[in-house]
Design a protein around this ligand. Sequence first.
Ligand SMILES: [Ca+2]
Ligand SMILES: [Ca+2]
Length: 446
Amino acid sequence: MKKATIFLVILSLFTITGGEIFGSTISISSISADPGDTAVMVSISLDNSTPYYGSEMELQYNSSLLDLNRIEFASRLSSISEVEYYEYTTGKVSSVFFDLTGQSLPADTGTIMNAYFDVSPDAGQEDAEISISEITAVTDGMEYDTVETTSGAIRIPVYICGDVDLDRVVNIFDIVYIIQFLYLEGPPPESIESANVNGDATVNIFDITYLIGNLYLDGPPLDCAPVEKSYASEVIAKIAEGEECATIYSSFDKDKTTINIESPSDVYGIEMILESSDGSKLELKSLKEGIPVYYSQSNDQIKLGMVDINGKRFMAKGKNRIIEIDGKVEVVSILASDKNSQSIPFKSSSVIVPREYSLDQNYPNPFNPSTEIKFALPQASNVSLEIFNILGRRVTTLINDRLDAGYHSVTWDGINSKGQDVATGVYLYRLKAGDFVKSKKMLLLK
Ligand SMILES: [Ca+2]
Ligand SMILES: [Ca+2]
C-alpha cells in the first residue's frame, strides 16, 4: 500500500473539521538555468503557523522542458518517520509526510524539500513553471489547513553566454557578430546579454578580446551579465593615480590623418569614435598588417574597432602608427584592451586634437626668471618659436622643428642664444607654424 494511501486511511480514522485558515503558506523558488543543465535545484518552503500532523502535496511542472531528477527532503522533516515522493504521471509528483509515532511538524518557516530537475537541451526562451496543484495539510488538531501557495519557475534564457547568433555553439561567428553589431551597423543580438561575456555592464571591445581570449588563448570563462550600455566607446578611459598611461594622437598631413598610439603594454584591441570635421565619407586603412580595422560612419561620427579575431596579432607596446584616414578627423573617445581584456588607461586630454592653430599668453607674466608658452597645432607642422627684443632683434629660438598635432608648451628661462641672462624689459615671442604666424608680448621683471 502506498504511503499516501496509508496517510489518507489514517486520516479517515479521525473526524476532521475542514477549512480552518491558520495563515500557512508554501512557496517555490525560482532560478535561471541553461538548456541541458542537470539537477537544477528548486526549493519548496513551508511556513506553517500551526503544527502539522501530515501533508500530501502534488507538484506540477512543465514536462516538455523539465524532467524530475530527484527530490530531497530537508532537515526540517528529519524527525518525521514517513517521508516519500512518487511520480504517478509525467509532469506531476506527489510528496507526502506524516508520522506514525504521533510526532508533528512544529510551526516554523523553512525549506521542507528540494526538487532537482534536468532541463531539456531543446528548451528555448521559456519559463518552466513549477506549482502546487493540490495540497492536503492536516494540523495536529486534526483539522485541514488552508494553505496559500506561490509558484516558482526554472527560467531558461534564450541565450548561452557568448552564443550571440543563437546557434548554440560559441565560436568565431559570434566574434564576427559582435564586431558587425558594434562597428559595422549590424543588428543587435537578440539577447544583448549574450554578447556581454566579460560580466561588466557594457558591450564593447573588451567583450571581443575576452571572447577571443576564451576561445583561443586559455582566457577565463565567459560570464554574461545584464547590459546597461550597448554601444562603442561611450567613455574615454580615465587614468588612475600613478598608473602608466597610453597616449593617442593624430597627425594631419597632406590630406591624410594618421592615428598613433603610444602604450605601456601590448594592445590587443582598440575601439574609437572619430569625428570628421566636414562630414565627408572617409576611407580608413589599418597600418598594422593582419589587424583589420572595422568601421562605419554616420554623419560626422565614425565608430571603429581594430582587432585580430584570431587573437594572434597585436600592437606591440611602445609607439605605433595604427590607422590612416583619407581626410581629417579628431579622436573623441577611445578604449584599448590589453591581452587580458583589461582597459589600458589613457591620458584623457591626449585624445583631443585642437581644431585650429593658437598661441596662448605666456604664464606667468610678468615673470622672473622663467615663463611657459603654450600653443596648439591642428595638424603636424614645421614650427618655429622665436623671441625678439623690443628693437626687433632675435634673442633666441626656442623651437625649430616639425611637431605633431596637439597641445605643446615650452619654457623660456630668460637666457639668450649665447647662454647669457637677458635684461629686464618687454620681449616678443613669435610662433610660425605652417601658414600660421602670431606674436605676443611678455615682460621680464628682475
Ligand atoms: Ca554561436
Ligand atoms: Ca562587457
